[in-house]
Write a protein that binds this ligand. Structure first.
Ligand SMILES: Nc1ncnc2c1ncn2[C@@H]1O[C@H](COP(=O)(O)OP(=O)(O)OP(=O)(O)O)[C@@H](O)[C@H]1O
Length: 299
């Protein structure tokens, strides 16, 4: 089966800023992919390009086999909900629910009604008076009830309370199982979302630093913790991503995967070896220490 999204060597420049720098990755159909990375990493920029709302400065993008920009048939299969969605001043909930099906051929009124009720979205308040979390809740209604083949959710959690976030996860998993589609989710709440994700793409400074299966991606780094000197000796010549020290103890995240020789040496030297969580992996690849090999000589 062809990929739902195919991005090859995409660069997007804004003046001298390269928001995306030679980005390539593919998204298989019927998968949930996490687009992760620090503020300014390029997540919204790539989502806008996938949604056909922006074009790459260089490179190629295909969504459902077509370049999305100005391709009406493809655009009708994409829903893109972002954190700063604007509505006309006099709009209330019913205005949004009335026009949404015009843009979403697979719109489910039942699912929309369920979400409106369970997310407790007020019907009579003008949208411009809603709280940050209530606006996010509307974005979630649009994102999920559209049942679009390509569903792009950019920071859907902003301001949402813990009950609403759990409800969003529950409904997303249930509805995705019944109506499989391709979902791209960008979020900073990584631990909370990790169980949803089949694949992850981690961006840093506009470049892809990790791309793969969500579980296997955790092998892209390893954490060594123990005596500072012992850790430094073990890591000589290896690429350190992030380092934390307290007194004589150091915890270092290094680019992986770890080899058996190093693992055995770590154990022999009383240094603990751990696999990073997805959140630790994103944090490490976004740390400014990234990419410098240790120079200290191994004994
Ligand atoms: N229209 C624009 N003009 C100039 N610079 C821009 C423009 N849009 C984005 N950028 C810059 O491109 C980079 C990537 O921005 P982007 O919004 O894609 O990041 P992000 O990963 O979505 O960040 P966040 O997690 O904070 O939402 C940033 O440095 C941003 O300042």
């Amino acid at each position: 089966m062809t990929n739902a999204i195919d991005i090859q060597n995409v660069t997007r420049s804004f003046g001298s800023v390269k928001a995306l720098d030679d980005v390539s990755f593919v998204v298989p159909p019927h998968s949930i992919i996490g687009l992760l990375g620090r503020n300014g990493a390029g997540k919204t920029t790539i989502m806008s390009i996938i949604a056909g709302q922006d074009r790459p400065s260089e490179g190629r993008i295909e969504v459902l086999g077509h370049t999305p920009f100005e391709h009406a048939a493809t655009l009708s299969q994409i829903i893109y909900v972002r954190d700063n969605q604007r509505y006309p001043d006099d709009y209330k909930l019913h205005h949004v629910l009335r026009i949404a099906p015009d843009f979403a051929p697979n719109w489910s009124s039942e699912l929309a009604a369920e979400l409106v009720e369970r997310l407790r979205i007020p019907a009579k308040t003008p949208l411009k008076k809603l709280s940050r979390g209530q606006l996010s809740a509307i974005a979630i209604v649009l994102g999920l009830a559209s049942r679009a083949s390509i569903t792009l959710l950019d920071e859907p959690y902003l301001g949402l309370d813990v009950t609403a976030r759990a409800l969003f996860h529950e409904v997303l998993i249930r509805d995705y199982a019944e109506h499989p589609r391709t979902i791209v989710l960008s979020t900073h709440l990584i631990e909370e979302s990790a169980s949803l994700l089949d694949r992850v793409v981690i961006l840093d400074k506009g470049r892809v630093v990790v791309d793969g299966d969500a579980e296997q991606a955790r092998d892209e780094a390893y954490i060594l913790s123990g005596n500072t000197d012992a850790v430094a000796k073990l890591l000589a010549g290896r690429t350190v991503l992030e380092r934390k020290s307290v007194g004589a103890l150091t915890s270092v995240t290094a680019a992986g995967p770890i080899d058996e020789v190093l693992r055995d040496r770590a154990v022999a030297n009383g240094v603990q070896v751990a696999r990073p969580s997805l959140q630790e992996l994103v944090s490490a690849y976004g740390a400014d220490e990234s990419g410098f090999p240790e120079t200290k000589e191994a004994e």
